[in-house]
Design a protein around this ligand. Structure first.
Ligand SMILES: CC(C)(COP(=O)(O)OP(=O)(O)OC[C@H]1O[C@@H](n2cnc3c(N)ncnc32)[C@H](O)[C@@H]1OP(=O)(O)O)[C@@H](O)C(=O)NCCC(=O)NCCS
Length: 178
């Protein structure tokens, strides 16, 4: 599926909220949390749309950037369009844009039960470095803490650039195009 990824706007949020509760269940972010996130100077959020239908939001992701560390805070794809490569493209966009903005490492927490997400992150070199016990308040589930190695290493960026090119990803991040 061809997709376009661009920065998330406030006007995307009604569509985001159609995906969010199904992706994350009872303890999903609210509309207002997203508004706060879009106003957070450390945050970078992106929306993925169908390249053939600019109204169809396929997924979204983003991270907080503190110095050289990018902390992925969310990643979700539309429930009817899973396993079509959208999550992978959003993750690639996170990695690429975070690097462009000065990050050297990416990190995140993932539920121990969330095998789908863990498999995706593993594919991009995220490694399990420990647990945050009872991190998720809805069911006291533990979180696995994942980190990349330094993403500025030449072999890693070659891998990312090759992926971007083979997957034909169009990025309009506002960074590349100024
Ligand atoms: C995790 C999530 C974003 C993956 O999105 P997606 O668009 O379905 O992922 P992709 O199609 O790009 O999958 C890429 C790879 O991830 C892995 N993967 C994705 N879904 C998987 C599943 N259900 N089981 C096992 N591996 C899976 C596979 O390695 C897959 O590659 P493959 O299809 O070639 O085998 C999506 O399942 C989602 O929105 N889940 C709910 C929200 C969530 O858990 N977010 C992560 C929070 S940390």
């Amino acid at each position: 599926m061809d997709i376009n990824i661009r920065r998330m706007y406030l006007t995307d949020l009604n569509k985001v909220m159609e995906i969010e509760p199904i992706a994350f269940g009872r303890h999903h972010w609210s509309y207002d949390s997203f508004v706060n996130e879009l106003n957070n100077p450390f945050a970078n959020y992106f929306s993925a749309f169908d390249a053939n239908n600019a109204d169809l939001l396929l997924g979204y992701s983003g991270y907080w950037l503190f110095h050289e560390e990018a902390h992925i805070t969310t990643l979700a794809t539309h429930h009817n369009m899973r396993r079509m490569g959208i999550g992978e493209k959003l993750l690639l966009n996170d990695i690429y844009t975070a690097k462009e903005l000065g990050a050297s490492w990416l990190t995140l927490e993932v539920r121990v039960s969330n095998i789908a997400a863990q498999e995706l992150y593993k594919r991009y070199g995220f490694k399990n470095i420990g647990l945050r016990k009872r991190y998720y308040q809805d069911n006291n589930e533990d979180a696995i803490i994942l980190w990349t190695d330094n993403i500025n290493k030449e072999d890693y960026m070659l891998f990312i650039n090759e992926k971007l090119s083979t997957l034909g990803i169009q990025l309009d991040t506002g960074i590349i195009n100024g």
